[in-house]
Design a protein around this ligand. Sequence first.
Ligand SMILES: [Zn+2]
Length: 293
Amino acid sequence: MWRLAGTSALRHLDRLGWNPVRHPDRASGRMGDMTEIDGMGTERATCVLAPNPSAMTLDGTNTWIIAEPGSEEAVVVDPGPKDGKHLKHVLDVVRAQGRRVGLVLLTHGHPDHSAGAGKFAKLAGGSVKVRALDPRHRLGDEGLAEGDVVTTGGLELRIMETPGHSDDSLTFWLPADGAVLTGDTVLGYGTTVVEGALGDYLSSLDRLRTFSADVEAATILPGHGPKLDDPIAVLDHYIDHRRERLAQVEAAVAAGARTAREVVERVYADVDKALWPAAEWSVQSQLDYLNRR
Ligand SMILES: [Zn+2]
């Protein structure tokens, strides 16, 4: 329970100006620019923006409709929150494309991505399944894991496990468009919350960086915020940001801090004390990581 509370406070730390990291191409703190996000995408992927903006979800959750040109079947990634109007709207967009929903996939189980999935599958038609890494979020008996290839409607979507933001976070590679669907592992701006082990998250970022370079990925399609057309620069930025924080913690330890609390007192002296418990939790996961290394 404390972990959930810490997570939400941490999101605020990241979102509300504490050690913010800005994407070089973008002004920070943009919210509500719906026209830019809703409808964006690639040849095969179209974003439908959910109406749930907040400090935690940026402009709202990005629901992705993905289909092969000429195909009558679409895959819907992250139907979003349990908001009947949004779910109906997603279905309307699929139908306006002259398609039906063949399958629902989840990048991870957080409710802003998954809570509407079951309801959406039912709206879309009796046999539509929901596939996810975490069995609790599936509808039907098929999971989703490292190495899986989804071929619904002639599509090719390759599944990678990229834990860190959450233990069940997945990334989807859409080779035909050179697009990487990152869920909340990489966002359109700002930085994400690491709820899982920091070592896992750093490994996931390194892996995505290497992968994106190898395949010459053209675009990141994130779970929140605008798409990003320079995946390598974005991933380098994320990796640098995490390294900077680790270096701050290491410096505090070298200067004599012995506990997470003592590190927080040094590194976050200018941050509102109400956020210290969350900062302490983040620092503890960094200390765990440094100790293990
Ligand atoms: Zn999210």
